[in-house]
Design a protein around this ligand. Structure first.
Ligand SMILES: Nc1ncnc2c1ncn2[C@@H]1O[C@H](COP(=O)(O)OP(=O)(O)OP(=O)(O)O)[C@@H](O)[C@H]1O
Length: 872
């Protein structure tokens, strides 16, 4: 948001209100000055309200009116009369200072201060009445006036003089707190800062006397770039702009020797907390003549991260400079209230416990040796752009914080901005709502806040782990693009051992977000059209292509739009050509179910619990020179002699099924797809089969309860409504994203989504990577995958017919064969009818359901129950 947005022209009503406000203040000031004159020139002998007067002339400077006014005040509140003008003036000034507060908004504050004023005034009268003699003063009644007299009589009779004094003092401070609306803590801090101010003044005087060389100060920056290795002897600070510091700065060795080692760490923490600092390498501060090379010193400077923390006492050599800087910082910090801490320091990166940084190394090493070298990220992807500072200036942040508070107040939410965290794409304002304000109330205001703050969207983060504040995320004026190459070259990605490592993008603080599909174990990606889904899916696919060889990961890509994934046609990772036909897509899923069952059986025979274990065992046996034989092999199934040895087992690749628009599939193929997906999702994890489902229609008929229950990891790109966001994430928030790859990533088993700025990858980059892989070898397609679907015969939308195996054209023939041969063997049926393994397996299962054969026994054999068909 630009500054011009912030300072929009006033409407006529606002203008009138402002003029009226200022005119009233002038009247109030006038009245108070008059009252002051009347009170200070009070003469008990002047005529007034309490008596007729002892002298013919009025001596009060404010005339007879003043004499009457002061007499009334002294008669009622005695000495309290002196503070009455202050009690009127102070609130009037505060009302003026708060320029954006309307009269209605000011009513609660007015009531608060009036109550405070009464509770302040009355005890002063009571105390005066009890402790001050009226003989010298000569007020009409007592030193505390009639009110003081009445209340003090009552108080003394109830709690005697000391008790009444304590009660009156307590009430007085209570009233003062309400009236001043100030925090005693701040007051104490302010008083505590006075010695530093004095010290600063003395140092300033000394500077004037000693001519010093100039030192240029770098231009303020909102987001300090993180420094790799902060020196232990420096102070870590946040934020920006030493813009106010325009005066000349001396070289450290010429600064008057002020011993500041006596400052306590706590002092520094309190006073320097918000002040940006540009720590300096001591050698860079040799006296430099600005005229010669003004930039040379500032170039040496490094902006350090935030929040003052004295790690170690400064070395004596740098004490004078540091000390002077501390004093300056103290002075500047005293003026500021807004705490600005870059997100890079406050935001906790997403936990990467899933990344398999250690495990699974054995297999990968072994498989990798025998396989092709992976293409290089640097050679194929565009390098990341140089990051430039794109956040708001410190003044803008200050202004926006106040504006945010006011806008919230317009919506009857009293809240205070306690911290601002600028990030590369968004800036997070942490607000502390008043007690009793519900976070959901603030969430519901997201759109109104975006409108009133003139930004494209505002996201409300109801829960920030470890804090009691609510976060308001406001987009920066221009956002940084996260390039995939940046995330792929991060150590998090390169060190991850899992072959299914996915690079998603950067989190709000700019840290890479890398996840493991193997642990997810299935992923649902949804978002409206143009929100960045396809780019996101491409980034995930490229992550796999830069991490795994075809021996390690195979892909089945389903692309009904024939647009997005067809680009990958021909890469050696594909198990089948990119599927664009829904029939074949359903067949692909059925093949996956069959493959899953087969893998489960294999793993059971081998006594391992998952694919990694299976592959380890196979490799180990290969290394020992005794390769394992396929335990499921049955020579007779293939018409071979029984003594034919089974083939050797090979490692099994992970299989990733990516469906780009699975709503289309649901519409065209019907409910059965949902069941198939659920079946794969429930069991396929151990078998190494993983699903990535993408849709641009996040409605309940596409993302059904069954799918949600089985696909625990979700990514929501921008959606058009709260309802869509709830359908994907079970909570709102995605409707307030920025689009263009901005996403909410909800890992399995958590309820707090993480905002991630998705990695961008261009079509060119995808092309280059695909070409590189194509050059490394042709794909080895399995024909049975798509034939599984098409050979099933017709299937009508929503009928579920294609999965009803009793409707299978060959089912009757299969039953006849089984009952005649009395052999309920899948491979026998497969061989006899010349069909795929999965189709045969399903027929046998259908026969089991129909009572033709028994369930498989412990040895895997089935009995045929039904009699053979009668012969003609
Ligand atoms: N991570 C990103 N960073 C920057 N811009 C992005 C990012 N992701 C997407 N975009 C921009 O958004 C545009 C739309 O992205 P994309 O085509 O992926 O959307 P989509 O959700 O797949 O839309 P559709 O469903 O219509 O295909 C892209 O052309 C690109 O310019």
């Amino acid at each position: 948001m630009s500054a011009k947005h912030l300072s929009r022209p006033m409407s006529l009503t606002e203008h009138l209100a402002r003029v009226l406000k200022e005119a009233s203040l002038i009247v109030v000031i006038g009245c108070c000055v008059f009252m002051c004159i009347a009170i200070w020139s009070y003469n008990p002998q002047d005529p007034g309200w309490s008596h007729a007067g002892y002298q013919p002339n009025v001596s009060n400077w404010a005339g007879a009116t003043g004499a009457w006014m002061s007499d009334i005040l002294f008669s009622f509140v005695g000495m309290g009369a002196y503070i009455v003008p202050i009690l009127i003036l102070w609130p009037a000034f505060r009302f003026m200072w708060r320029r954006h507060v309307g009269i209605v908004d000011a009513v609660p504050f007015f009531m608060l201060r009036t109550t405070g004023a009464i509770f302040l005034l009355l005890p002063i009268s009571v105390l005066s009445s009890i402790h001050v003699s009226n003989q010298v003063l000569g007020y009409p009644f007592t030193a505390g006036g009639l009110v003081g007299l009445a209340l003090s009589d009552l108080a003394v009779s109830l709690v005697s003089v000391p008790g009444a004094t304590v009660v009156a003092l307590t009430v007085m401070f209570f009233g003062l707190t309400l009236f001043m609306e100030t925090s005693w803590q701040r007051l104490l801090e302010w008083i505590g800062a006075i010695p530093f101010k004095v010290l600063g003044f003395i140092v300033g005087l000394a500077q004037i006397r000693i001519p010093m060389p100039k030192l240029s100060v770098p231009k303020p920056r909102v987001q300090p770039a993180p420094v790799k290795e902060p020196t232990a002897k420096t102070f870590k600070t946040a934020t920006e702009s030493m813009s106010a510091r325009k005066r000349e700065e001396p070289a450290f060795d010429q600064v008057p020797d002020v011993d500041l080692t006596s400052f306590s760490k706590n002092d520094l923490k309190i006073t320097l907390e918000e002040e940006p600092i540009a720590p300096v390498n001591p050698p860079a501060f040799e006296p430099v003549k600005q005229e010669d090379n003004p930039a040379s010193v500032s170039d040496e400077r490094v902006v350090m991260p935030n929040v003052v923390e004295v790690v170690e006492a400064p070395e004596s050599k740098v004490v004078p400079f540091t000390a002077r800087r501390m004093v300056e910082d103290t002075l500047t910090a005293a003026k500021k209230h807004l705490k600005i801490v870059p997100l890079s320091e406050t935001h906790t990166p997403i936990a990467n416990t899933d990344l398999d940084l250690e495990g699974a190394g054995k297999i990968s090493q072994a498989t990798r040796e025998a396989s092709i070298t992976l293409p290089s990220v640097e050679a194929l992807l565009d390098p990341p752009e140089m990051k430039s500072e794109q956040g708001y200036t410190e003044e803008q942040l200050e202004h926006m914080s106040r504006l945010l508070e006011e806008k919230l107040k317009d919506f009857s939410v009293i809240a205070e901005v306690v911290e601002v965290n600028p990030g590369p794409v968004i800036t997070r304002f942490e607000i502390q709502p008043a007690p009793g304000v519900k976070a959901s109330k603030i969430s519901n205001l997201a759109r109104d806040l975006a409108r009133s703050m003139a930004v494209s969207s505002v996201r409300v983060v109801e829960v920030i782990p470890g804090k009691s504040v609510v976060g308001i995320e406001i987009p920066n004026e221009s956002r940084q693009i996260v390039h995939l190459s940046e995330v792929l070259s991060s150590s998090l990605f390169t060190e991850a051992k899992s072959k299914l490592t996915l690079a998603l993008g950067n989190d709000i603080a700019g840290n890479p977000v890398v996840t493991n599909l193997a642990k997810m174990p299935h992923l649902l990606v949804a978002g409206t059209t143009g929100s960045g889904k396809s780019v996101g899916v491409n980034a995930m696919l490229l992550s796999l292509l830069f991490k795994a060889t075809p021996k390690e990961v195979r892909l089945i890509l389903v692309d009904p739009k024939m647009l997005e994934l067809s680009i990958y046609e021909g890469i050696p990772h594909l198990l089948t050509p990119v599927i664009t036909d829904m029939k074949e897509a359903a067949g692909g899923l059925r093949w996956c179910v069959g493959e899953m069952e087969r893998r489960y059986k294999l793993m059971a025979k081998m006594g391992v619990r998952n694919l990694a274990g299976f592959n380890d065992k196979v490799l180990q046996a290969e290394e020992e020179g005794v390769p394992l034989r396929d335990p499921l092999w049955n020579a007779s199934d293939y018409g071979l002699p029984a003594d034919e040895p089974a083939p050797c087992l090979e490692t099994l690749p992970y299989i990733v099924v990516v469906i780009d628009e699975f709503a289309d599939m649901m519409m065209m193929v019907g409910k059965k797809v949902e069941e198939l997906i659920a079946r794969i999702a429930q069991k396929a994890r151990a078998a190494g089969i993983h699903l990535i489902l993408a849709t641009q229609r996040p409605s309940v008929d596409v993302i059904t309860g069954l799918i949600k229950a089985n696909v625990p990891t979700r990514i929501a790109f921008q959606v058009s409504s709260k309802i869509d966001s709830r359908t994907i994430l079970d909570q709102s928030g995605a409707e307030n994203l920025l689009g263009h790859g901005d996403m909410l990533y909800l890992p399995a088993g958590t309820s707090i989504p993480n905002r991630v700025h998705g990695a961008f990858v261009s079509d060119d980059e995808v092309h280059r990577t695909v070409e590189a892989w194509k050059r490394l070898g042709p794909p080895n397609y399995l024909d049975e995958i798509v034939s599984e679907g098409s050979e099933e015969g017709s299937f009508s939308a929503g009928s579920g017919g294609m999965f009803d195996d009793e409707q299978d054209a060959l089912y009757d023939e299969a039953v006849a064969f089984v009952t005649e041969s009395r052999k309920a063997s899948i491979s026998a049926v497969q061989r006899r009818l010349k069909i795929g393994y999965n189709r045969a397996a399903r027929m046998i299962e259908t026969m089991e359901a129909a009572g033709v054969v028994t369930p498989a026994g412990s040895n895997g054999q089935r009995e045929v129950i039904a009699p053979p068909p009668p012969r003609d």
